[in-house]
Design a protein around this ligand. Structure first.
Ligand code: DGY
Length: 322
């Protein structure tokens, strides 16, 4: 029997993929930092039965057209807005993601970003490193408290609930908005379901964790920022295009809102001359929500497991995208 062929779009540790290598022909792009160029990718997937992708690959009709033997796309991310799921379904190609294993790590980062933005941690560190710390002053780099404040979570999925757990530990009042109500979060974290508009008006922290869909694209626009409190902190660990970045920049600059902690952007990596980078009240991270060593290994292992199940065991994947 011929071995299944698998292409991996980024250099991953050998030990994580060994289980595939034993029983499949595995080829891997040999750079950890740069995505595989499209012409090479399209050449490599011509024979592939399975592909392990990152969120940097656009898996669309064009991609599928190059890969006539493809049975499974295993995405190393919980988000899958980089994949045209309908097109995959039409062709009978299985798609998988990596839920659960990154929930707590991403919730940690979200909470850290709320803290860092509210308490001006990055600004304070830069202040000291630049030799500006000459004196103590009563309001030197004074920020905003988290405890006792109101947080509004937009997108109460697994990560949203894990953020709510952390917020409850800080005695925060929790509001949420979601496609559907989450009785468990309401019970466990005293979270109250409210409309998007009411959440924006009432929250000291607005935390965006919603996936990118046609409905959520651009939902944080000028009107949304106008509804927020003038000292509100906006945090986005979901997907960049959910936010109108020009409107966010204006809102921060004019004091319509107080600060922003951002891990995701419309264009990644963000351009060096992007106006958001010029603002002290914006904390900017390079899409590291799930980036702990343990969790990134767990994500790779889950993607590998999905490929193994489908191509080697001939079984259903562990975490199919439904
Ligand atoms: C995800 O898994 O969707 C993250 O954004 C990537 O870490």
């Amino acid at each position: 029997m011929t071995k299944p062929k698998i292409y991996i779009t980024r250099k991953l540790p050998e030990e994580n993929i060994q289980i595939l290598k034993d029983q499949a022909d595995v080829e891997m792009w040999d750079d950890e930092w740069k995505p595989v160029p499209k012409d090479i990718l399209f050449e490599k997937i011509k024979q592939a039965d399975g592909v392990l992708t990152m969120l940097t690959e656009r898996v669309d009709k064009n991609f599928f057209d190059q890969a006539p033997h493809l049975k499974i796309v295993a995405n190393m991310a919980v988000g899958y807005d980089n994949i045209d799921i309908q097109e995959a379904q039409k062709r009978g190609i299985i798609t998988t993601n990596t839920p659960d294993v990154l929930t707590e790590t991403t919730a940690d980062l979200t909470f850290a970003l709320m803290m860092a933005t509210a308490r001006r941690l990055i600004e304070a560190s830069e202040y000291v490193k630049a030799g500006q710390w000459k004196n103590w002053g009563p309001f030197l780099l004074a920020g905003k408290d988290l405890y006792g404040k109101t947080v509004g979570i937009v997108g109460m999925g697994r990560i949203g609930a894990a953020v709510a757990k952390r917020c409850k530990g800080f005695d925060m009042n929790i509001l949420y908005h979601n496609r559907s109500r989450d009785p468990e979060a309401e019970q466990e974290y005293d979270a109250s379901y409210v409309s998007f508009e009411d959440l924006l008006k009432a929250s000291d922290f607005v935390v965006c964790l919603t996936p990118l869909t046609n409905e959520t694209e651009g939902m944080f626009n000028q009107q949304a920022f106008e509804l927020m409190k003038n000292d509100a902190v906006f945090v986005n660990v979901g997907r960049g295009p959910v936010v109108d970045e020009q409107a966010l920049y204006e809102a921060l600059k004019t004091g319509e809102i107080g600060g922003a902690g951002l891990d995701v952007f419309s264009e990644e990596p963000i351009q060096q001359d992007h106006p958001l980078l010029s603002l002290k009240q914006a904390v900017i991270l390079p899409h590291i929500g799930s980036a702990s060593i343990d969790t990134r290994n767990a994500m790779i292992d889950l993607a590998v497991k999905n490929l193994h199940q489908v191509l080697i065991e001939n079984k259903p994947p562990v975490t199919p995208i439904k």
